[in-house]
Design a protein around this ligand. Structure first.
Ligand code: TYC
Length: 102
């Protein structure tokens, strides 16, 4: 909206201060022990990836060491990291999942 100064008669634009939510990148880290099939299942279940996309991401992480699973608002990213870490722990795999501010 506009803001007018009484003394100077200046009219200035004031931007409505709505802050868009910060986004977080969720990353999967490679390790030597987690089965490829488990990683693909996690990517399908937690990140809603197709079988094909899940396979591509898993192979990227396997060869490059780290890869992006998706970008989400803080609470969504946090929930996905927790779901991955809970599934890994339950199945006794060392799979690591982290989030970083984009
Ligand atoms: N490197 C693992 C293997 O050879 C597969 C793997 C891929 C593990 C991605 C973790 O985030 C990962 N079985």
């Amino acid at each position: 909206g506009d803001h007018s100064d009484r003394e100077t008669g200046t009219v200035t634009k004031v931007r409505p201060k709505t802050k868009r939510p910060s986004l977080y990148r969720v990353l999967l880290l490679n390790d030597d022990y987690t089965p490829m099939e488990f990683v693909v299942m996690v990517l399908q279940d937690v990140f809603n990836k197709s079988r094909e996309d899940a396979m591509a991401i898993m192979l990227h992480v396997h060869t490059q060491g780290v890869g992006e699973c998706g970008v989400y608002p803080y609470e969504v990213a946090e929930t996905k990291v927790t779901r991955v870490m809970d599934a890994a722990r339950k199945n006794q795999h060392p799979l690591q999942c982290v989030m970083e501010k984009q």
